[in-house]
Design a protein around this ligand. Structure first.
Ligand SMILES: [Zn+2]
Length: 110
């Protein structure tokens, strides 16, 4: 590999950092919007009686009483599973994930 000057290295780090911050901000915005949209869809279905409230179900992970419906992918707002609060936090955030987080998930760190 070609040897880079300190200035070039600094520039590439700055570029990488800027990309990371932009990606994080965009992901957060997108994730929040999609999440709210998916949650409101479920709320609507429950209110109309098309879906039973989560409390009437058992948690699919531990068998306790479920508290809410968990989305694994906000792009599919109707695909949900009833879970308790503890299991929901263990499950972590729904897709789509931030690009910089994806490798952490596949390595099982988070
Ligand atoms: Zn549970």
């Amino acid at each position: 590999m070609k040897k880079r000057t300190l200035r070039q290295i600094h520039k590439s780090i700055a570029r990488e950092w800027k990309r990371y911050l932009l990606d994080k901000r965009n992901r957060f915005k997108r994730h929040t919007v999609l999440g709210l949209r998916a949650a409101s869809k479920i709320k609507y279905l429950v209110e109309r009686g098309l879906l039973e409230p989560a409390r009437k179900h058992d948690c699919v992970d531990c068998g306790d009483q479920a508290n809410h419906y968990d989305h694994r992918d906000y792009r599919e707002p109707c695909v949900v599973e009833p879970v308790c609060r503890g299991c929901n936090s263990i499950r972590g955030p729904a897709l789509p994930l931030l690009r910089s987080e994806q490798h952490l998930w596949t390595r099982g760190i988070r």
